[in-house]
Ligand binder design. Structure first.
Ligand code: NDP
Length: 272
């Protein structure tokens, strides 16, 4: 029997994870099945437990269950511990359930390896302070930027996140209005504004000369934030497809101990 994996979320039909993991499995010769599970908004914990009781070998967790998966896990990897959110669950031999967060490593790999962006010494603006921001802020700080500024519509959430990560580096926080007069070398959009075709309201001229824009969201056509980055003269304006594939590759590695090759998968998905 083949090992079973799945992604659980609500909604879930749109998820590209089954396609990505099936390509990884074919590429590496690993025999596995990867499904979608529509998690019940009230009974996520029971749905996840049933999946593992029935022999499931790993779950990816997506919106809106990452924080609940963090509470469900009986042990946590460092990134998950810090993020307060889990996107990968693994049953352990002692029957405990381990929670990991691969979003941050996925973003850093996409920027630093796939696009050769030097994070060390640069000024980064992170827009948004939700689940995705919690997962990526720590790994970004570990790359040694000059500063990381977290700006959120509700600034108290940015303050909370910055406070938790302060020991890792030069981190600051504020509201979107506080950005007036500032400039950054990399602006990352982790808000959900794009889901309704919007972008967070940020001042003109906020991208430093040669600076980049990066939207965590991805779509078959350029997202509103990618278009905004281009209109503001960003040297590169990227969407989050590369991060999606890289975070999936890290989950695959945690489950199977084999690291898939990602660039051909990103190239393939960019054209579908
Ligand atoms: P959350 O719901 O946890 O957080 C949403 C954030 O967006 C909050 O900070 C919220 O601010 C802010 N926000 C929502 N609407 C607006 C708006 N109109 N203007 C300004 N700010 C707004 O979502 P996640 O963090 O889980 O996900 C965010 C995005 O990242 C999604 O598009 C998701 O698809 C994408 N993502 C991509 C991944 C990838 O692999 N490429 C991985 C993970 C996420 P407030 O606190 O004020 O409400």
């Amino acid at each position: 029997m083949q090992d079973r994996y799945a992604v659980i979320g609500n909604p879930i039909e749109h998820s590209k994870s089954p396609l990505i993991h099936s390509i990884f499995a074919k590429q590496t010769g690993e025999r596995l099945i990867y499904d979608r599970v529509l998690g019940d908004l009230e009974h996520f914990e029971q749905d996840a437990a049933r999946f593992f009781q029935q022999g499931g070998r790993g779950l990816n967790v997506t919106v809106p269950f990452k924080e609940r998966a963090w509470r469900l896990a009986t042990s946590l990897g460092d990134e998950a511990q810090r993020a307060g959110a889990v996107n990968t669950l693994l049953p352990m031999p002692d029957e405990s359930l381990r929670g990991e967060n691969t979003d941050g490593i996925g973003l850093v790999r996409d920027l630093a390896v796939n696009h050769n962006f030097l994070l060390s010494g640069c000024r980064i603006l992170l827009l948004g302070a939700g689940g995705a921001a919690s997962g990526i802020a720590g790994p970004l700080l570990e790359q040694g930027p000059e500063r990381l500024f977290i700006a959120n519509r509700n600034p108290s959430k940015a303050e909370y996140l910055a406070g938790r990560l302060a020991p890792l580096g030069n981190i600051d926080w504020g509201s979107l209005e506080d950005l007036e007069g500032q400039q950054f070398d990399l602006i990352i959009n982790s808000t959900a504004a794009g889901l309704s075709g919007e972008i967070p309201t940020v001042p003109e001229g906020i991208i430093a000369p040669g600076g980049w824009a990066y939207d965590l969201m991805y779509a078959s056509k350029p997202t509103a934030f990618v278009d905004w980055g281009k209109s503001q003269g960003a040297a590169r304006s990227l969407d989050g497809l590369g991060m999606l594939v890289e975070q999936a590759a890290e989950s695959f590695f945690l489950w199977r101990g084999v690291r898939p090759e990602t660039s051909s998968v990103i190239a393939l998905l960019s054209t579908t």
